[in-house]
Design a protein around this ligand. Structure first.
Ligand code: AMP
Ligand code: MG
Length: 488
């Protein structure tokens, strides 16, 4: 196969400090589990050529396609608050970039493709379970309309990887607007490499914030662009009950896409304190902490950019702080905007709207009400009555009480009920990647080589705003709390 992908390699043209040139390590028996054909086509790739044994060879790293210039990217990052000056792609390589029909540039990355100079003690590989999990959840996020990296393909390697036990190995092909993270800026800032930092900012501006190049203070304008995208992203996570689980600065993309699906999970019952990751012992990345962590991470980005904001350090700090000072208002508005939509409110805002929405969340928390079902059933409640929603609450009267005030508020809102119902159904999904379903799909594939449930779940998740059989009831009560593990 010659040119299934027309690669461009702009990142590989940056100075050597930005990456290490490294080819993927070939695997024994690559077998394509799934090619994401709609995505391949949207990117202008030759889906026919990819959906073949030769395609599997290159989607697993067994052969390097013509035009690719594989590199592992250097970056640093704060992991659970601790700064690590060198992380980098330890088990991934960027094959190159593609430019779609609309001129948008995307990275094509193999994840699990073998060791790199950044692997430290890791084996550079990925197990099948986490690969399927990233495929399912990242594609679900895309279907929900939330910015995210995408999954172009999953390939079994025919080799096993050693974790606590031996597990089947796999490679995920990830597509991203870029793989530049807050940690990439920290990498250069921590080394005092101002030239590298400047090159990175220029590159990032050209790729993600071209308007910032014309601004009076480009580095500051770039920072503000990153902040706006991050705020929008986290507000969307909060709206659907997504817990990222590992919001380290190396896992925060400056493009504003969700990246790194290791320990993420969705809420079943609404719980602001929800933590799923087995290693997040202090709940740093708990559901309700996510806006605050986004802020903390942005402060780290601003610190890294200081030398480019002004040559006088004090002046730079002052400007960075001024830019950061709008974060709480931006984040608060984006969050409340999401909640207002969820409960069906249109323009104009009233002062009590945030409190009204928050009161529903408080009652859901106190009553173990399911996040997704409560809001989905609420779409029908204005005309259909309280019954379907109230039974989701341990004390159904807690909902009735709230609904009285909700109806009073709706009466002052301009939208007509049919229009409101349609708008609510577009913002309150019927189908999310429920933890028990994701686990069942992984278990069938890993334990029994049965990919049927993975395929079926993937199909369901591609239409999250449609009612689908079997999705209308709360999940079975779990005996143990749900636990996730970093995707190693
Ligand atoms: P993550 O927790 O996925 O964000 O990964 C943090 C760092 O560990 C990154 O530098 C990864 O490349 C590296 N890493 C994770 N798993 C492996 C592995 N199996 N082999 C080598 N490096 C890894
Ligand atoms: Mg990561």
């Amino acid at each position: 196969m010659s040119h299934p992908i027309a690669f461009d390699n702009s990142y590989a043209a940056l100075p050597p400090a930005f990456f290490a040139r490294v080819a993927p390590t070939p695997v024994m028996r690559p077998r394509l589990i799934r090619l994401n054909r709609p995505l391949a086509e949207a990117l202008g790739l030759d889906a026919e050529a990819l959906d073949s044994p030769a395609g599997a060879a290159f989607l697993s790293g067994a052969s390097v396609p013509e035009g690719a210039d594989p590199i592992a990217l250097a970056y640093a990052g704060h992991q659970f608050g601790q700064f690590v000056p060198q992380l980098g792609d330890g088990r991934a390589v960027l094959l190159g970039e593609v430019v779609d029909g609309e001129g948008r540039r995307f990275d094509i990355q193999l994840k699990g493709s073998g060791p790199t100079p950044f692997s430290r003690r890791g084996d550079g590989r990925a197990a099948l379970g986490p690969v399927l999990r990233e495929y399912l959840v990242s594609e679900a996020m895309a279907a929900l309309g939330i910015p995210t990296t995408r999954a172009l393909a999953a390939v079994e390697t025919g080799e096993s990887v050693l974790r606590e036990t031996e597990l089947p190995g796999a490679v995920l092909t990830r597509v991203a607007a870029s793989h530049i993270r807050i940690g990439t800026f920290q990498f250069f800032a921590a080394r005092g490499d101002e030239d590298g930092l400047r090159r990175l900012v220029d590159y990032a501006i050209a790729r993600h914030d071209p308007a910032a190049a014309e601004a009076p203070e480009p580095a500051l304008a770039f920072f503000e662009g990153v902040m706006r995208r991050q705020v929008r992203l986290v507000a969307q996570w909060m709206s659907v009950g997504f817990v990222h689980g590992v919001m380290n600065t190396d896992n925060m993309s400056i493009s504003g896409e969700t990246i790194d699906y290791g320990p993420c999970a969705f809420l079943d019952a609404y719980d602001p304190a929800a933590v799923f990751s087995s290693i997040d012992r202090n709940g740093r990345y708990a559901f309700a902490n996510q806006p605050g962590i986004a802020h903390w991470n942005l402060v780290r980005l601003a610190e890294s950019l200081l030398p480019l904001i002004a040559s006088d350090r004090e002046a730079a700090v002052e400007r960075a702080n001024a830019a950061l000072s709008v974060f709480p208002a931006l984040m608060g508005d984006a969050y409340v905007d999401g909640l207002r939509r969820k409960i069906g409110l249109g323009a104009p805002w009233e002062d009590g709207d945030a409190a009204l929405a928050q009161d529903l969340l408080d009652r859901m928390e106190a009553n173990g009400a399911d996040q997704t079902l409560t809001f989905r059933r609420l779409c029908e409640a204005e005309t259909g009555g309280n019954d379907a929603v109230r039974i989701l609450f341990r004390d159904p009267a807690a909902f009735d009480d709230w609904a009285v005030r909700w109806r009073e508020r709706l009466a002052r809102d301009g939208m007509d009920p049919a229009e409101r119902r349609a708008a609510m159904r577009r913002t309150n999904p019927a189908v999310i990647p429920r933890n028990h379903r994701v686990e069942a799909a992984i278990e069938a594939a890993v334990g029994h080589a049965d990919f049927g449930p993975f395929e079926a779940l993937n199909a369901r998740l591609s239409r999250p705003y449609d009612d689908q059989p079997g999705e209308g009831e709360p999940p079975p009560i779990a005996i143990e709390p749900y636990r996730t593990f970093c995707g190693t």
